[in-house]
Design a protein around this ligand. Sequence first.
Ligand code: MTE
Length: 327
Amino acid sequence: MLLLPQDRGFIHPHPSEITPRESYLRRRDWLLAGAAMAVGGPAALGSGPAHAQGKGPKLAGARSSVAGAMAMDAPTAYNDATTYNNFYEFGTDKSDPARNAHTLKTRPWTVAIEGEVKKPKTWDIDELLKLAPMEERIYRLRCVEGWSMVIPWVGYSLSELIRQAEPTGNAKFVEFVTLADPKTMPYVGSRVLDWPYVEGLRLDEAMQPLTLLSFGMYGEVLPNQNGAPVRLVVPWKYGFKSAKSIVKIRFVEKQPRTAWVKAAAQEYGFYSNVNPKVDHPRWSQATERRIGEAGGIFAKKRPTLMFNGYEPQVGQLYAGLDLAKNY
Ligand code: MTE
């Protein structure tokens, strides 16, 4: 994340910022769907919002009733969300994951639940898919680099899985370990990060219903470059907390050492809550560019919202915490 010398102090414009006609038309569909909703209620939308589809297998999700889970912003075009990615195991350019992640093997796949739990278990991915009903959640994703997207995810609250595991009284944090397979992930041999990519949350953050275990997006299974077959999505935190291609979830007593904290603790903290008032040491976090928005690089930037707009749901988790120190 802008750690590389060529990136320092320079944000490259991306071709997707010049809104393609397709994406504009889709946005119009979305606005029309919104109008239908206002007139006829959710039923007017049929099975759900009219998203652009890729070519992946379908994975439907029912409209979520979790508070804050259905942002009314226009979803980012499918093409942008699947070709402008951060997934360093497949390269550090935004276009690398879409080009390289076809080598990722998502079956067989297991997710091990370990550590401070009464019921440790290694879940087969197909069993995990059936653990709870799939929901669609439309979340804003704000990357620490200063761009954002709006993505219709499919999955269920991580809390469903945590409840099955029955954490012990010693479990204070949850650590997410992702796949690091040099055979299928070309950059795992590089020294960009200390692999595997590890992320973490406080247990209460992991239990917050908005914290999503995601298996799909845009009504389909996750494309490899977006973190197949299972990833985390924590919408009030910077995008790097949303670990992709998870293989292990560990319940621990001490705050995990995450990959980005190990790489640059002064720049990327453990909390990483979206906060327009706490700048990154090298750039402001007050505004953001919405990928694919009309006007491209000339589009007016949007103000970044406290906790990415999810303050009503999550603000109380941080009562009394100095957010400038605990960035
Ligand atoms: N997970 C893994 N395993 N490796 C990564 O490099 N990048 C993170 C996060 N999860 C990353 C990861 C970052 S920096 C962001 S912004 C989001 O994934 C990007 O998710 P997206 O490509 O689906 O938008």
